[in-house]
Every structure is written in C-alpha cells, then in structure tokens.
Design a protein around this ligand. Structure first.
Ligand code: G3P
Ligand code: CA
Length: 222
C-alpha cells in the first residue's frame, strides 16, 4: 500500500501523490484525515500546517476555503476526502487513518454514501487509527466497516483492543514485529499490515514473516 499516496515521490497526501501510487498499481493507498473548521474531512497528516504548507497553525482551526488557498510543498492543494475517493474510484483499497479527533462520524457517512450510491464495497476500505475513541465511534455507527488498530507500542495490546471493537486487522510499526508475533496474530485471526517499510532489506524481512500488507513511501519497491 502506498503511504500517504507515494510519499517518496510526490508531496504526501495530495491528489498527485495518490495518482502516482495508482500508476504503481498499488493494492491500496493509506491517507490521513482531519476535520477542518468548516466541517469537511481534509486529507493531511500533521495537526499543524507549518511543515507541509505556506500556512501556519492548527489545521482544525482553518476553514476549507482557507486551506484550499494554501500550497502544499509550494505546488499542491490539500484535498478533501471525497476528492481522493473520486480519484481512486474503487481501483484499489483505501485505508483512511483517522488522525484528527471527531473524524469517525463523517468518515462513516461518506463511506456509507459511496457504498450505497457509487458501487464501492465496505471491503474496499480499512479505517485505522491510533485513537481508540475514534475506532470505537466507527464501530458503534457501522459494524460493516473494516477496522484496523494502529500501534507503535505493542502487538498484544493492539490485539486486546481489537477484540473489543471486532477489528480483524492490526497495523503495527515494523519495528515491533517478529516472525513469532506475526504468526501469533494471524493464528488469532488477524491480518497484519505493517508500516512504514521503505528499505529493500526490511521489505524482504517483513515478507519473510508473512505479513499480509506492507505500507510504504516507495510502493513500487513492494
Ligand atoms: O497508517 C500507518 C502510518 O501512516 C501511521 O503513522 O504517522 O505515518 O500517520 P503516520
Ligand atoms: Ca498515516
């Protein structure tokens, strides 16, 4: 899966980066979402605008109009989730990471709309988050949406929480993984998608552990 599109090649979480990932024939694309001040879900990683744009301050405090006026890496625009979904248009799986708070309900709404009106299936999505509260909200709102528990701390803890929301997927950082814990998770019925795996040696090691998915800035290397 392409991480934030194809982050190594084009500015992360932009339409152009996602287009680049699609050109690599990825099986999936991972993106991050926040809610902006006017209520739309915007595709952006950081909580602040400073690193990636010519703006400053918290993304959640800016309206979509303000955000659209900014440049990402001097060239690109911040997309809304619907724009990204229209671009992908069911050609690969879409992993929506709920990065910002209060993103669960609107994400459920749009997924539901695209399933009911645009021919997507729930299985075309994975909704992931480090924030347990957001995942719990999705679980309460729609039990059909595949959930993944993100962790950079502990595989066993991720599984423990996954059980409570009927998530079937865990997304651990690659540095947490061993052949044994990947096996263990899979024996318990979980799929293991790991991130962010960029160098050839680590990609080969993750493959040798039999992970189900690899999220990479260089999806062409997978
Ligand atoms: O979803 C995997 C990975 O993207 C989580 O970390 O900081 O890159 O959003 P981060
Ligand atoms: Ca992410």
């Amino acid at each position: 899966m392409g991480h934030r599109g194809a982050k190594a090649y084009v500015a992360e979480n932009t339409m152009e980066s996602i287009q680049e990932a699609l050109r690599f024939n990825v099986d999936g694309i991972e993106i991050d979402v926040h809610e902006c001040a006017s209520g739309e879900l915007v595709v952006f990683h950081d909580f602040t605008l400073d690193r990636m744009t010519n703006g400053t301050g918290e993304i959640g405090k800016h309206t979509l109009k303000e955000l659209k006026a900014l440049k990402v890496n001097e060239h690109y625009q911040i997309p809304i989730l619907a724009e990204v979904m229209n671009l992908i248009d069911k050609t690969c799986l879409l992993n929506i990471e709920l990065k910002g708070k209060h993103t669960a309900a609107k994400t459920c709404e749009i997924i539901d709309r695209y399933v009911k009106e645009k021919g997507w299936r729930y299985t075309d999505f994975i909704v992931s988050s480090f924030q347990h509260h957001e995942l719990e909200d999705v679980y309460k709102l729609n039990k059909n949406i595949p959930l993944a528990v993100l962790t950079k701390a502990n595989v066993a803890e991720a599984i423990e929480f996954a059980e409570t929301i009927d998530a079937k997927i865990i997304h651990p950082n690659f540095a947490l993984l061993t052949r044994e814990n990947v096996n263990f998770a899979q024996q318990q019925g979980y799929k293991v998608n790991t991130w962010t795996v960029n160098d050839e040696e680590t990609i080969a090691r993750m493959k040798s552990y039999g992970v189900d998915g690899i999220i990479s800035d260089y999806p062409d290397r997978i």
